[in-house]
Design a protein around this ligand. Structure first.
Ligand code: ATP
Ligand code: MG
Length: 269
């Protein structure tokens, strides 16, 4: 089986600094892959390179092949098509994905209508509305009928993230990227959203690139992980193996720190 995403020798730089280098990994169709690393290690830049959304001042070299398309150097027109149907991203802060002045139902309807058009399906108001309601049920949204008329500031952070996930799924992507999707949420909501994302990608057969600095969360979500530091991969392999028998000193320290944190929490409880 060929991989859905293959990154080879990725290097990202500004004119005076190399931010990511020697990075190679691949994700198979339907696979859940985790990217771990401290703040500034290059996780988000890597995900932006995958979707071709790097800031203009950044130079990308190497190869990023997504669903058979070479992303590096591809014209914007090609990338727009890819973002519409091969890949969708859920970001840390759901408000970045949402228009504050538009009711949530209409925001989800946008990508739904584009996908129905692409598939040659009916795009009447009723057909789009039925799809929007189905998506809201899929993301287990409480009271979807109220939600479609609500504005982003009228719902909770967890509900906003469910809407952002619904918008990402509306495109029927083959790869879902979730970049710290729960960091802005409280602990209980975090656990719900993580469970929602894993069960949805499994139900729908979508591959997942899950980015987090939280080892415990990545361990729950991913089948394989890669640990990054200072823009390079320091270790990769099956999640269980990397997180229980880390080979690299940096990963070992991360795992030890996470254990101390857990022990401290238990001591409190
Ligand atoms: N447009 C840019 N121009 C110059 N440097 C950048 C740019 N974007 C990011 N960087 C730098 O690249 C490095 C990696 O950034 P990145 O956002 O990928 O980190 P990250 O691993 O996602 O961190 P976090 O966990 O805090 O989200 C950082 O040092 C950052 O300051
Ligand atoms: Mg980041």
């Amino acid at each position: 089986m060929s991989d859905l995403l293959t990154v080879r020798d990725l290097r990202l730089s500004t004119p005076d600094k190399v931010l990511v280098q020697d990075l190679s990994f691949s994700i198979a169709a339907g696979e859940r892959f985790g990217l771990i690393g401290e703040s500034g290690s290059g996780k988000s830049l890597t995900s932006l390179a995958v979707t071709g959304l790097l800031a203009p001042g950044l130079r990308a070299e190497g190869s990023v092949e997504l669903a058979g398309t070479q992303v590096i150097g591809a014209p914007e027109r090609r990338l727009v098509g890819l973002r519409g149907n091969a890949v969708a991203t859920v970001f840390q802060e759901p408000l970045t994905a949402l228009d504050p002045l538009m009711p949530l139902g209409r925001q989800i309807a946008g990508p739904v209508r584009r996908r129905l058009k692409r598939e040659g399906a009916e795009t009447s108001g009723a057909a789009v509305r039925a799809e929007v309601m189905a998506l809201l049920e899929q993301v287990r949204m409480p009271d979807p009928a109220r939600l479609i008329g609500a504005y982003p500031h009228e719902v909770s952070g967890g509900q906003r993230q469910r809407v952002a996930i619904a918008m990402a799924l509306a495109c029927r992507p083959r790869l879902l990227i979730a970049d710290e999707p729960t960091t802005a949420l409280d602990v209980t909501t975090q656990a719900e959203i993580v469970r929602l994302i894993t069960s949805l990608v499994d139900e729908l057969g979508i591959a997942l690139l899950f980015i987090s600095h939280d080892l415990a969360v990545v361990g729950q979500v991913a089948e394989r992980v890669m640990v990054m530091r200072h823009g390079r991969a320091v270790e990769s392999g099956p999640a269980l193996q990397v997180l229980t028998q880390p080979q690299d000193d940096y990963t070992r320290n991360l795992v030890a720190a996470a254990r101390r944190f857990d022990a401290a929490l238990e001591g409190q409880g």
